[in-house]
Design a protein around this ligand. Sequence first.
Ligand code: RB5
Length: 145
Amino acid sequence: MKLAIGSDHGGIHLKEALKQHLAERGIEVNDVGTYTEESCDYPDIALKVCREITAGNVERGVLVCGTGIGMSIVANKVDGIRAALCGDVFSATMSREHNNANVICLGERVLGQGLATCILDAWLDTAFAGGRHARRVDKIMAIEK
Ligand code: RB5
């Protein structure tokens, strides 16, 4: 699986830690920034990650900001994106199994690195269940049309 990852200044330390973890797992990652602690605007980064997905360059995306909230608000405005803001492993698993989330949003100021890593692993390792959930996801996507 190929991923895009991005953060603003509020999420850069967690992004770097997650990147290292993904590299250890052998997962290819396209880091769209930010690359310094200088203040930047999370909508710009969220859009870059989402466009990597909608262009077909990567399968899924990881977005980190201070809370994860701003990133999730932006990502869910992009056609074809289903972003899940996750603060626990159960929600991350369900966001894949039931909602087929293609973006996960995490908050550096909310989560420790250990928990964030477990959440990300659960999200990466869970498949969409399909069936009745596919009908529901189709209804979500129909709203965008
Ligand atoms: C930046 O200070 C902060 O607002 C941002 O990282 C994020 O938490 C927004 O939702």
